[in-house]
Write a protein that binds this ligand. Structure first.
Ligand code: ZN
Length: 314
């Protein structure tokens, strides 16, 4: 059994920058690179396997052709998507539908529940999560009147913070933030507000207010995270969330630690440090910015070195 190392896909965005190159050494397409799709089987940007027997195969094809690597799942599509986002400018204020709404209105797409681990941010950076409207009527009124300061709920952030953003939550990542996002594999976004920005041709980006108001949870309920820490040999494991869509952890590896996962495949992203993954006779180097999947049946393995990783599974 081999780990599946993945080649990221990069997306240029009007709000993007160069942090993905500066922080991770990635070859980015331009100085407006906003997203690294690190572990993706989404048709808008699937990852390619970089090593071993499946070199050159895309993750969506591997899911279809070798379901045994994923425990013969019932889901038709690989359900998760790991991204790193460089918000050099504010992202638009947006909301995503849930599975039922997306399936009905967006050609069978999945809904999008997402979560964010703040890798880095400028001092005093904010994030928008939720809103203050008590009723749909109030949401409509404040939106129509453009009372964004009154409507949108801003929260101060710092590196190491974690946010769970269920579908139906109005949200925006703000300027000066580098985030690792674990989400359902979906690309459906309803834009609520774009700060009245115009592109280089003088055009406003399209808003989707009707759909957005339709899917927004009112009133907003805060997810109220309480991460749980445990120590396993030389690794501190922080459990951020275990939801019906995914479970997400941080592993802080400070020396050799043994792991075993028999029945589930894992998505792993190295966000800091370096070390190695050791499986029986094989040793694989791990560096900052490496993303990989450990398939079902990978068995016992060791991690060694000084590594910070975000790990997720279904
Ligand atoms: Zn989002």
């Amino acid at each position: 059994m081999e780990p599946l190392f993945l080649k990221p896909v990069f997306k240029e965005r009007i709000w993007g920058g160069t942090a993905l190159e500066k922080e991770f050494g990635y070859l980015i397409p331009s100085d407006k690179t906003g997203e690294c799709w690190a572990i993706s089987a989404h048709p808008n940007g699937p990852s390619i396997i970089e090593n071993g027997s499946y070199t050159g195969v895309s993750l969506d094809n591997l899911w279809k052709e070798h379901p045994e690597l994923f425990g013969n799942p019932t889901e038709e599509v690989f359900p998760l998507l790991t991204k790193i986002l460089d918000a050099n400018m504010d992202l638009s204020v947006q909301v995503h539908p849930d599975d039922t709404y997306a399936n009905e209105h967006e050609n069978g797409e999945l809904g999008k529940t997402e979560c964010w681990y703040v890798i880095d941010c400028k001092e005093d950076a904010d994030i928008i999560v939720g809103h203050t409207a008590k009723t749909k009527e109030e949401l409509v009124t404040l939106t129509q009147e453009g009372k964004w300061n009154q409507l949108l709920r801003k929260v101060k952030i710092k590196p190491g913070d974690f946010f769970y953003v269920p579908s139906g939550t109005i949200h925006a990542i703000c300027e000066g933030t580098l985030i690792l996002e674990t989400q359902q594999s979906s690309d459906t976004t309803y834009r609520v507000y774009d700060y009245d920005r115009r592109d280089d041709k003088g055009n406003l980006r399209e808003l989707h207010l009707d759909k957005a108001i339709g899917v927004t949870n009112v009133p907003h309920q805060d997810a109220g995270m309480s991460p749980v820490l445990e120590t396993k040999e030389n690794t501190t494991i922080t459990t951020y969330i275990k939801s019906e869509f995914f479970s997400v952890y941080k592993w802080d590896v400070k020396g050799k630690t043994c792991f075993a996962f028999d029945n589930q495949y894992l998505l792993l992203s190295v966000i800091e440090g370096e070390g190695s993954l050791i499986n029986k006779e094989e040793k694989y180097p791990l560096t900052k910015g490496t993303h990989f999947i450990l398939p079902v049946g990978f068995g016992e393995f060791e991690l060694d070195g000084n590594l910070q990783m975000i790990v997720s599974h279904m």
